[in-house]
Design a protein around this ligand. Structure first.
Ligand SMILES: Cc1cc2nc3c(=O)[nH]c(=O)nc-3n(C[C@H](O)[C@H](O)[C@H](O)COP(=O)(O)O)c2cc1C
Length: 151
């Protein structure tokens, strides 16, 4: 099954750490939303991964999801954020659902955050994503992969 993760991770590379771990273990394609975007039609399963700004996925990846995510794909969501008190993938989930994509799951965890005044105190979540959180993300992905291949 052709799988890719489209990601945007500009603050501290927190989200990219998770994508890299999954990519290395499973040899899947990682596509930086800020770079050239190849045609995504050839992928059966597409991960959409981002840091969070102002309660939502970053703007560049949101625009790419809106403009370049094909219809009828299996998709999953991964994000890192400063304060994991809610699901920050709501907006992008709606865009994907509007394209008749099947949403297979959402994984979110803390990421190192030095935005705004947090910089003055050296940031929060300095150790995140931790090795455990990265392993959880790998398990989350494995579960999705299993569900797709069992179908
Ligand atoms: C401009 C900006 C706005 C942010 N807004 C939020 C927010 O609304 N909620 C939150 O939980 N974290 C927020 N954060 C923290 C980031 O989501 C967090 O540090 C994330 O792990 C960064 O991911 P990245 O290193 O992959 O870019 C913000 C960070 C930046 C730079």
């Amino acid at each position: 099954m052709e799988t890719a993760i489209l990601f945007e991770s500009y603050h501290h590379g927190n989200t990219k750490k998770i994508c890299d771990a999954i990519g290395q273990k499973y040899g899947i394609t990682l596509i930086d939303a800020r770079g050239p975007i190849e045609d995504l039609e050839k992928y059966d399963l597409i991960g959409l991964a981002s840091g969070v700004a102002y309660g939502k996925y970053y703007k560049t990846i949101t625009d790419v999801i809106r403009n370049k995510l094909p219809h009828n794909k299996n998709v999953f969501f991964i994000y890192t954020c400063g304060n994991p008190n809610k699901d920050y993938s709501m907006q992008v989930k709606e865009i994907a659902a509007g394209k008749n994509c099947t949403i297979l799951g959402v994984y979110g965890c803390k990421g190192y955050d030095t935005y705004g005044p947090l910089k003055l105190i050296g940031g929060i979540n300095k150790e995140n994503p931790t090795a455990d959180e990265i392993n959880e993300a790998i398990k989350f992905f494995e579960n999705i992969l299993r569900r797709c291949t069992d179908e």
